[in-house]
Design a protein around this ligand. Structure first.
Ligand SMILES: [Zn+2]
Length: 215
């Protein structure tokens, strides 16, 4: 569902450019709104959410899908935790839908899906592991890396119930925006994938903007 935002970039309290292959790991406070902006289009932003006050509580694809009765995420989606609590709500979306079934790229999946010599290529799972290692203050480790959301990524379900990675439906300047319902750690891997069309074989930067509640 296409819903545009009324927020102006100039009033954001924080703006970060995240190059492809890099990560973003910061706290978004309850009431703040965070926007992921696909700067050049056709990018994939592999995202995990955690309760900032107790990271053991984290995003649950299963609970989110079951409660909304739809496998795609878009405006109106309540992002639920594994404890059934609302973590964020998608309040604007100019892309239309986002995947949460396809998982993130890893060196292992690159090897299985593409070729043995893809093993050493940079993958989202590496970016997350680097993020939790470089941000010790959150007290997280490899065991905290779980199922994720692929913002902007197009993973349609076939008639037969299969999953396919398709050319992206996002474009330059498209965005998704979420309002936090609790203090959340936002962990994004801006996907470096070169082997499938999810980012048009050309990984590009995204921007992450944050607004205070008053905005
Ligand atoms: Zn990836």
């Amino acid at each position: 569902m296409i819903v545009e935002s009324a927020l102006q970039a100039e009033s954001a309290v924080r703006r970060d450019i995240v190059p492809a292959g890099d990560y973003y790991m910061k706290v978004v406070k309850k009431g703040q709104t965070v926007r992921l902006l696909d700067l050049e289009g056709n990018q994939a932003a592999d995202t995990l959410f955690y309760n900032a006050n107790d990271p053991v509580e984290r995003y649950s694809a299963i609970d989110t899908i079951r409660e909304q009765g739809n496998v795609y995420l878009t405006a109106g989606t309540k992002i639920l935790s594994d404890q059934g609590n609302e973590m964020l709500e998608i309040v604007a979306d100019t892309c239309g839908r986002h995947d949460t079934l396809g998982g993130a790229c890893a060196t292992e999946s690159n090897t299985v899906r593409y070729a043995l010599d893809k093993k050493c290529m940079h993958a989202c799972r590496d970016s997350w592991l680097l993020a939790v290692t470089e941000n010790e203050k959150f007290g997280m480790s490899k065991r905290d890396i779980t199922h994720n959301i692929n913002f902007f990524m197009n993973v349609p379900i076939t008639q037969e119930g299969g999953l396919t990675f398709e050319d992206g439906i996002s474009g330059s300047g498209k965005y998704v925006e979420l309002t936090a319902k609790m203090d959340v750690i936002v962990l994004v891997s801006n996907c470096p994938q070169l082997n499938n069309p999810c980012n048009a074989y050309n990984p590009t930067p995204i921007e992450v903007l944050v607004w205070d509640a008053a905005a």
